[in-house]
Design a binder for this molecule. Structure first.
Ligand code: TV7
Ligand code: CA
Ligand code: ZN
Length: 387
């Protein structure tokens, strides 16, 4: 196997530590860290590892995580175990429960995915890489002092804080089906980060219930963060062409108006059709076209994972998006390599692009008129930045 040719003068770095793949949230919990094992298998089977710089990442230190999280909360994460948790009075305070359970090695898990995101951010800062990928990161719901939505530490916030040491303006784009509330909240009052999340929005029936179009930053126009939070609330069933059209209609003017020096892209795979928790009808190619659009802006990019609850499709998506970052996606055979160790997971079709929208799991509730109103609403917000 010849592998994939590495483009000259352009470096993609891949940051991973296989230890994160071994943690278990609990039997019926939808978050499965082993989806990262499947992802890496496909990346390697396609030979993409020869076209990137691979880094074995370290765990984030406590001091690094304390740049955002409180000492109390980090102490708690470090100390709590499944054996002593019943003696712990503050489980509710830290939002521990079914979504965010205490499992063996919890602190190691969180510090490992966070360390990978910090390593990736530093590779961009010192310009040793143009695209830095951490598929184990992207845990956008974690708050300063509490866990939320399967997220314990917010690696995205911590990575952005690193980028801000060298970069004047960071654009954060989030295509996970859930609202990127933790990142939005952390940078709510600054104009040095613009947050843009596309998500299913239904205040009372879909987690986390935040992120309407009208939520654009602090109300006080003198607060620098005013108009720097952008939200694209969607209904069930959005399809490929509409989503990619909407993404381009919104991201292009955001980049034009805000002029970021770096982009952080959260690529949650739960916006795909057939996801166990999602409700959109996107196919892998459409999700990938969003990544490709961002890549073609020619800014340094930090690429993170996030949600994604049908492991075989998470692996397909993130392997494909790795190839988009490298620029070799045309060279991939649609048929998965026969020597992929876990090939059985991708049976019976063994293809990189199974149809995920055909069976019409969700009726498309996003009218053309509604999508136009979103574009118009975002363009109105951006007009405030020009003045
Ligand atoms: C980034 N949806 C995270 C997305 C986090 C979504 C939720 C579950 C869920 C949890 C389980 C479970 C589940 C089948 C699905 C209001 C509740 C309802 C807990 C049962 N099965 C990301 C978080 C979301 C846990 N939470 O953006 C153990 O679904 O809707 C809720 C909150 C209260 C708690 N219950 C669910 O993708 C990584 N949780 C099975 C076992
Ligand atoms: Ca989102
Ligand atoms: Zn999600």
């Amino acid at each position: 196997k010849n592998g994939i040719v590495r483009p000259k003068g352009y470096t993609v770095s891949f940051h991973a530590n296989s230890s994160v793949e071994k943690f278990h949230f609990g039997q019926s919990h939808p978050m499965k860290p082993w989806r990262l094992t499947l992802t890496k298998q496909l990346v390697m089977a396609y030979g993409m590892h020869t076209a990137m710089d691979l880094y074995l990442t370290r765990a984030a230190t406590r001091e690094e995580m304390a740049e955002f999280h409180t000492e109390d909360y980090l102490d708690f994460l470090k100390r709590v175990t499944p054996n002593n948790m019943l003696l712990e009075p503050r489980l509710a305070q830290y939002n521990i429960g079914d979504d965010c359970p205490i499992f063996d090695g919890l602190y190691d898990y969180a510090s490992l995915y966070t360390g990978a995101s910090l390593d990736a951010a530093r590779k961009l800062c010192n310009e040793q890489s143009q695209v830095a990928i951490n598929w184990s990161g992207g845990l956008h719901h974690a708050k300063k002092t509490e866990a939320s939505g399967f997220c314990y530490t917010n690696d995205i916030v911590l990575a952005i804080l690193q980028l801000l040491r060298y970069h004047p303006r960071v654009l954060y784009i989030d295509i996970d089906v859930h609202h990127g509330d933790g990142v939005e909240q952390a940078f709510w009052s600054t104009d040095r980060v613009m947050t843009l999340s596309f998500h299913k929005y239904d205040k009372d029936n879909f987690f986390p219930g935040t992120g309407p179009l009208s939520s654009t930053g602090p109300e006080n126009p003198l607060n620098p963060g005013a108009h720097h939070a952008l939200n694209v609330p969607l209904h069930d069933g959005i399809e490929d062409e509409d989503y990619v059209w909407l993404f381009k209609q919104i991201v292009e003017p955001c980049v034009g108006a805000y002029q970021p020096s770096v982009i952080v892209l959260q690529c949650g795979a739960d916006s795909l059709g057939c996801d166990r928790l999602g409700c959109f009808n996107l196919n892998i190619r459409a999700h990938g076209r969003c990544v490709d659009f961002v890549k073609r802006l020619n800014l340094p990019i930090l690429v993170f994972g996030g949600g994604g609850y049908t492991p075989r499709n998470v692996a397909r998506l993130w392997a494909y998006e790795t190839s988009i970052c490298i620029g070799c996606s045309e060279q991939l055979d649609e048929k998965l390599p026969a020597h992929t160790p876990a090939l059985a997971h991708f049976a019976p079709d063994n293809t990189l692009f199974p149809p995920l929208s055909e069976h019409g799991r969700f009726e498309n509730k996003n009218s053309r008129q509604y999508l136009w109103s979103l574009v118009e609403g975002i363009h109105k917000q951006l007009a405030y930045l020009e003045s």
